[in-house]
Design a protein around this ligand. Sequence first.
Ligand SMILES: Cc1cc2nc3c(=O)[nH]c(=O)nc-3n(C[C@H](O)[C@H](O)[C@H](O)COP(=O)(O)OP(=O)(O)OC[C@H]3O[C@@H](n4cnc5c(N)ncnc54)[C@H](O)[C@@H]3O)c2cc1C
Length: 490
Amino acid sequence: MKKKIAVIGSGFSGLSAAAYAAKAGNEVHVFEKHDRPGGRARQFTTDNDYVFDMGPSWYWMPDIIENFFADFGYKSADFYELVSLNPQFEMIFSDTKIAVPKNYEELKQTVEQIETGAAVQLDRFMESAKFKYQVGMQEFVNKPCYNWLEFASPKIAVSALKLDLLTNFRKYVSKYFKNPKLRALMEFPVIFLGASPKNIPALYSLMNYGGYALGTRYPMGGFYSLVSAMKKVAENQGVHFHFNHSIEKIHVENNRAVSIEVNGKILEFDSIIASSDYHHTESLLDDQYKNYDENYWENRTFAPSSLIFYLGIKERIPNLTHHTLFFENDLDEHIDCIYEEKKWPEKPLFYACCPSKTDPSTAPENCENLFLLMPVATGINDDESIREHYLKELLNRIEKHTGAENLYDKIDYKKSYCVSDFIQDYNAYGGNAYGLANTLNQTAVLKPKIRNKKVHNLFYTGQLTVPGPGVPPAIISGKIVAKEVNKIKI
Ligand SMILES: Cc1cc2nc3c(=O)[nH]c(=O)nc-3n(C[C@H](O)[C@H](O)[C@H](O)COP(=O)(O)OP(=O)(O)OC[C@H]3O[C@@H](n4cnc5c(N)ncnc54)[C@H](O)[C@@H]3O)c2cc1C
């Protein structure tokens, strides 16, 4: 039976949930607090013609994104051009750098030059990572994760040992590679999962396959091209979008969500899918209907927040690739500042994205679009003087690496973004950027549930629930939840 469904939020999970729910024949309305879709992946254009993606920049696991389009009879090429980056990225160390080529055979040669025998080890590592990726994508990520019985399949039973769920990622990598730089290279992808490689199950070497082996792509026009494409897909399914609509309350009667309150109006729905940050969504409910209390959230391990700079630079920067990881300092020291000491790092690591190297539409002629990201602890004080201090430090390091001079004086546009902005813009708990860390005890069934236990027609989707953070998982999350909503009777 056709339902009238409200989707709160229009990030990747909300867009995905809306499109699938509408495809199933429902009347779907998306309510977004901002004036445009995309959530953490919004984009803005400055008065002087720089175009900045605000969040994601690594287009990995392209098959998951193609699966979304294919479910609606499209392919990504119907909406945007995807460019394969070569090198995929560069990793800068204090005395050298590693460029990761797009061609896997060349990558093997690169690692072999760093450590004798590493090419063979890379093959072994990637073979296992591919296996995990395939099992993970087929057997793990599409589950609603109500309970462990969902995982009681013969294939999972047979593969259990090979999935390395109980080995930590760092230990696992060290079995294959001895050189510290190669280890850092292999550990880097799981940093996306928001925790130290010491605390991430080795299962997630599937990320190395989804990244290094499948390749790093860039959608021309920026990551926002994917947002626009998904919005178009949803609209073609009949989804109605309501921007500048911040939901203030979810009303419940007889354990059913009956309406939402927004801009002074009460609107009735049969079911609600909330893609807004989980803790915030629960704040829209009366206390007795919340799945989790404050104590629960205080005891979760959140992925870090980030200090981000969106910079227009009025000259071209030499010797800088599209993606560059500045790993001259010790990873563990930075990670300890995030999780143990909750303080600003003295010797930070950071990431620079320069999309104007690939896409001239992101910056005026002879200028550069520079996005800098440094992971920081959630809840930390992020006043202007601290932000400015790090801006100078990061630019100095880019100068040292590239040979560019006086970058600070060549800033043509500057915007910073940090903890307090995540809280204000996304109602993010502690100002988290990427939701919960994918530690073993926050994986699958142990993540916040996609369904409210007391309010039967209220569902949650997005990076704080299953399968987890990142663009491909958020898209999968929307698909899972749309299927679950369809199962309930109204
Ligand atoms: C800086 C940064 C870099 C990243 N880089 C990458 C990357 O390179 N590759 C990758 O795969 N992933 C990356 N990620 C992660 C990825 O962007 C996220 O996991 C994903 O976008 C989350 O989507 P979502 O739908 O769960 O949440 P969101 O995008 O946060 O969407 C939630 C939406 O709900 C809206 N909302 C909140 N409260 C209300 C309310 N009361 N009423 C109405 N609307 C509301 C918000 O405005 C928002 O639009 C990055 C994230 C960040 C922050």
